[in-house]
Design a binder for this molecule. Structure first.
Ligand code: KDG
Length: 315
């Protein structure tokens, strides 16, 4: 029995050690990233049983990813080693003030070769929650089929589905993303979307318009992440809100995944939606204070201690 299962691409990540521009950087921190594995590892760190479905190359980076996930306690029994395609890699800056420059080398990589044949419906059925992201949909036609197969398996077995659109404009346009996400929304119990990406996806401005777009397409609960301002959730009738926590930001990458970790942790513990938002906000605030993707995810004691402190008063 798993608490959460997810699928997607894991990447080897390289970050300039001295937080300097790529042209000058000579030494890099090598770590592991990928939105879906970040969530699986983050929840495992909090004591939940998680599993990741994906493919890595038959190379040192693929081995390092499997080793790192295993060390975090993520079940990797459904991971395939792909001969003939490398593990994807990406280089990124670490920026406190804005989204960092990213150079990825992932097109055609092993992760994008995942397909419907990688999805064992009984494995999906053994979980309490399926987490999917728009990144996997953008990787390749076969990756899209894998997501569709996973969602179908979840629906057949009454496993709730949660989606983070995770719009990546390096992979596709907002219009393509919206067109591909939309048919899946009717199967989603939870959507976790950043306000800015939500506005790009639906072509409208403001929390209300973004929520309405997702709800009209059939999503049951829409959670909108407002960065330092916290987050809100709505089912179309009610609205739940929670303010954010003060944070000394050093690296914004992975904040959304951390929010998902905190939110899901509380949700799996059957806490109220307001508590889920608070847990998401706390985990997000902790992640931006540490450099790294997967490495930046907090442990339970840190989250609980931040939850005991007052949030930022609403503006
Ligand atoms: O959410 C963090 C991810 O963006 C990062 O780990 C890499 O999956 C990744 C992506 O495609 O950007």
């Amino acid at each position: 029995m798993l608490d959460l299962v997810t699928l997607g691409e894991a990447l080897a990540v390289f970050i300039p050690e001295a937080q300097e521009p790529f042209e000058r950087a000579r030494t890099f921190i090598r770590t592991v990233g990928g939105a879906e594995v970040n969530v699986a590892a983050g929840l495992a760190r909090l004591g939940f049983r998680t599993g990741w479905i994906g493919r890595v190359g038959a190379d040192p980076f693929g081995r390092a990813i499997i080793k790192a996930l295993r060390a975090e306690g993520v079940d990797v029994s459904q991971v395939r080693v792909e001969h003939g395609a490398p593990t994807g890699i990406y280089f990124r800056e670490s920026r406190p003030d804005r989204d960092p420059s990213v150079y990825d080398y992932r097109r055609g990589a092993a992760g994008s070769r995942i397909g419907a044949e990688d999805i064992d419906p009984s494995y999906i059925g053994s979980a309490r929650l399926l987490h999917i992201t728009g990144i996997t949909l953008a990787l390749s036609p076969s990756a899209r089929e894998a997501v569709v197969a996973a969602v179908a398996a979840a629906r057949e077995r009454s496993v709730p589905v949660a989606m983070d659109p995770n719009l990546r404009l390096k992979l596709w346009s907002a219009a393509d993303a919206a067109a591909n996400l939309r048919p899946l929304l009717a199967h989603c119990d939870l959507i976790l979307v950043g306000l800015e990406e939500g506005e790009l996806l639906c072509g409208r401005r403001g929390e209300r318009a973004v929520a309405e777009w997702f709800l009209a397409a059939g999503a049951r609960i829409v959670v909108i992440k407002l960065g330092a301002q916290g987050a809100l959730a709505t089912d179309g009738d009610r609205i739940w809100q929670a303010p954010g926590f003060a944070a000394r930001v050093v690296d914004t990458v992975g904040a959304g995944d951390a929010f998902a970790v905190g939110f899901y942790a509380a949700w799996l513990e059957r806490r109220s939606l307001e508590e889920c938002l608070r847990w998401g906000n706390a985990a997000g605030a902790l992640a931006v204070q540490v450099v790294g993707d997967l490495d930046a995810l907090a442990v339970r004691e840190e989250i609980e201690s931040l939850l005991g402190r007052p949030p930022i008063p609403p503006r």
